[in-house]
Design a binder for this molecule. Structure first.
Ligand SMILES: [Zn+2]
Length: 123
């Protein structure tokens, strides 16, 4: 399975596929060639729970071609629980800042043509 496919499969199960340095344990989100912390070249797949809270977002009112049917929506940045990692993704139904206070609990809910799908989490 390709790295991209594996990432998508994990997202569909609510997880984020990160890469863990086999020398020092530092977690990276993207495919990297050298560990940012220790310089090692060894990595292993490390799925983490796709739960966290909204850090910031942009409400999209003028969508790219093909995305008109999804408006309004937000492109959100989510802080993942238990780490300093952030991911960005699509959240449907956000039309004004009142719809989504910063800090709102959120979770990864899937992956499709829109990218990572993020939903408000019920705690
Ligand atoms: Zn390392």
């Amino acid at each position: 399975m390709s790295a991209k496919t594996e990432f998508v499969e994990q997202a569909k199960q609510g997880r984020v596929l990160a890469r863990r340095c086999t020398s020092c344990g530092f977690i990276h989100l993207a495919t990297v060639y050298f560990c940012r912390k220790c310089g090692s070249r060894g990595f292993e797949d490390h799925p983490i729970e796709g739960r966290g809270s909204i850090a910031t977002y942009t409400i999209i009112t003028v969508p790219p071609a093909g995305f008109e049917k999804y408006t309004p929506y937000a492109w959100v940045v989510m802080d993942l629980d238990g780490s300093d990692l952030r991911i960005s993704g699509f959240m449907a139904g956000i039309g004004s800042p009142g719809d989504l206070p910063v800090g709102t609990p959120a979770r990864v809910a899937g992956f499709d043509e829109r990218g990572i799908i993020i939903e408000k989490a019920v705690k």
